[in-house]
Design a protein around this ligand. Structure first.
Ligand code: GLA
Length: 413
C-alpha cells in the first residue's frame, strides 16, 4: 500500500523501476487529459523524494547532513495555454486553483497549492531577470510518495515545479538556482522556516550516491553507496501527528535559545554546530536541562555525522550503520522527537540479520524509519518488522525498498 497515491496502479512484480515510472506517468497523462481535455499532449516531469541517513535536525543548526533521493516522488503534466490563465490541480487532493498570470495569489491559502504558487512567484522574478515572462498553463500534480511521512514531498513538488517552469519557458536555470527558488518559496510564501536539506537533497540528487551537504556554507559532495551490496529500506509507522509542525518549530526555537546561551563561551560560534562538546560540558550546570539535552543531541550528532562519513569513505558500512542507530537513541532520549512506533521498528530492525543500522528519518513525531542493510536481507527484514510491529500495535507498518534516483527531470514517453 502507498498512502495518498491510490490513483496509480501498484507495480507488477516483473516491472523495472523505469517501466513502473513510465507506466505511472502514462496514467498521469491520461488523468491530465480527463481533467483538462484532449488536444496537445502535456510535457511530463518527475521529481524524487528524499530520505536522510545521517545528520538529524542539523540543517537548521548549520551542521552536515547525508540524504539521498529515492525513486518515488511527484509527477507533473504541464501544457501551456494561450489565454494567460493558470490552472493547478492534483490527483491527490480535491479542488482546483485558477488565476491570471498577472494576478498571482499574494498570500498563502494554507493548502498544498501554496507550494507551486510560491515557486511560480519566484520563477516569475527570475523570468523577468532573463527578459521573459511565464505565460498561462495548466498543470496536474500527482505522485507515489507517501505524504506527511518525512520523505519530503514538499521539496519534491517545489524543485520539480521550478524545473518544469524553467524548461517550458526556456529559462534553463542551473539546478542550484531551482533549489534556491524552491527554498525561497517554502520560506517566503508558504511560511515554513525549514532548513536547506530537503531542496538540496532533491535538486542535487545523483543515483547511487549519498549527498554530503554542509548546511553552514551549503558546500556539497557526492559519496558513492554501492547498491550492489547494500540496500535502503523505509518502514512507515503510518503515524501522522497533526501537531508535528508546531513541535518542529519548537525544536528550532529551543536550539536558538541553546545557541544564545552557549555562543558567548564559544568564540566565533554562529550556529549550534560550532559549539564544541567540551564547551557544552563545561557550561551544562548553568543551562536549562531541556536546552542542554537539545544542544547535546546537536553537538554529538555533528560528531557522529563526520564519523559516519569517515566510515563510508573507508568502506566500513557497519561503522556507518552503527552511527545511524546511535543517532536514533539520541533523537529518542535527548531531542525527544521519537514515538513508540518508531522505537519499536528500530529495535526490530536491529534484531534482523544483515541490518547495519536503523533510525527515524525526517523530523520525527511519527513517519518513517530508515534501515541500511546488506543486499539479500530484505525478506527477513520485512518479516521481522511486520511481526514485531503487529505483536505490539496490532497492525502492519508499510515496508518498502527504494532505489536511488538521479534527480528532477523531464520524462519523454
Ligand atoms: C524535516 C525538515 C528538514 C530537517 C528534518 C530534520 O524533515 O524538513 O529540513 O530539519 O526535519 O533533520
Amino acid at each position: 500500500m502507498r498512502c495518498g497515491c491510490a490513483r496509480y496502479a501498484l507495480p507488477a512484480v516483473s516491472e523495472t523501476p523505469r517501466q513502473e515510472l513510465e507506466r505511472s506517468l502514462l496514467e498521469h497523462r491520461a488523468l491530465f487529459q480527463a481533467r483538462f481535455g484532449g488536444g496537445e499532449v502535456p510535457r511530463m516531469w518527475f521529481s524524487p523524494g528524499r530520505v536522510n541517513l545521517m545528520g538529524a535536525h542539523l540543517d537548521y543548526n548549520g551542521g552536515p547532513v547525508m540524504p539521498t533521493a529515492i525513486d518515488r516522488g511527484t509527477f507533473f503534466a504541464l501544457r501551456p495555454r494561450a489565454d494567460g490563465r493558470i490552472r493547478l490541480a492534483s490527483t491527490l487532493e480535491p479542488g482546483e486553483l485558477e488565476f491570471e498570470t498577472e494576478a498571482l495569489p499574494s498570500s498563502p491559502a494554507r493548502r498544498w497549492s501554496d507550494y507551486p504558487v510560491g515557486v511560480l512567484r519566484e520563477m516569475q522574478v527570475r523570468a523577468r531577470e532573463h527578459g521573459r515572462r511565464i505565460g498561462g498553463f495548466e498543470l496536474l500534480f500527482g505522485g507515489n510518495l507517501p505524504v506527511g511521512a518525512g520523505l519530503s514531498s514538499s521539496a519534491s513538488i517545489c524543485v520539480g515545479t521550478a524545473l518544469a517552469l524553467s524548461q517550458t519557458w526556456g529559462l534553463d536555470l542551473p539546478r542550484l538556482e531551482l533549489v534556491r527558488a524552491a527554498l525561497a518559496a517554502e520560506r517566503g510564501f508558504v511560511g515554513v522556516q525549514c532548513g536547506i536539506m530537503d531542496p538540496y537533497a532533491v535538486g542535487l540528487a545523483r543515483a547511487g550516491s549519498l549527498l554530503w551537504l554542509d548546511c553552514k556554507d551549503a558546500s556539497s559532495a557526492w559519496m558513492p553507496l554501492d547498491a550492489r551490496h547494500y540496500s535502503i529500506a523505509v518502514a512507515d509507522t503510518l503515524v501522522r501527528r497533526e501537531l508535528a509542525q508546531g513541535a518542529f518549530n519548537e525544536r528550532v526555537r529551543q536550539c536558538e535559545r541553546a545557541l544564545a546561551a552557549l555562543a558567548p563561551h564559544q568564540p566565533g560560534a554562529t550556529c549550534l554546530r560550532d559549539v564544541r562538546p567540551e564547551t557544552l560540558d563545561s557550561r551544562r550546570a548553568g543551562l536549562d536541562p531541556l536546552l542542554a539535552r537539545r544542544a547535546e543531541h546537536v553537538v554529538r550528532e555533528v560528531a557522529r555525522t563526520f564519523a559516519a562519513r569517515a566510515a563510508l569513505l573507508r568502506g566500513d558500512l557497519a561503522g556507518f550503520g552503527a552511527e545511524m542507530t546511535r543517532a536514533h537513541a539520541s533523537l529518542r532520549d535527548l531531542f525527544e522527537v521519537s514515538v513508540p512506533e518508531l522505537d519499536a521498528l528500530v529495535d526490530a530492525a536491529g534484531a534482523c540479520e544483515g541490518v547495519l543500522g536503523a533510525r527515524l528519518t525526517g523530523a520525527g513525531f511519527g513517519g518513517c524509519v530508515v534501515v541500511l542493510l546488506r543486499r539479500g536481507a530484505e525478506t527477513e527484514l520485512r518479516a521481522g518488522l511486520e511481526r514485531e510491529f503487529r505483536a505490539r500495535f496490532g497492525r502492519s507498518p508499510v515496508v518498502e525498498f527504494f532505489g536511488g534516483d538521479e534527480g528532477p527531470r523531464e520524462i519523454l514517453l
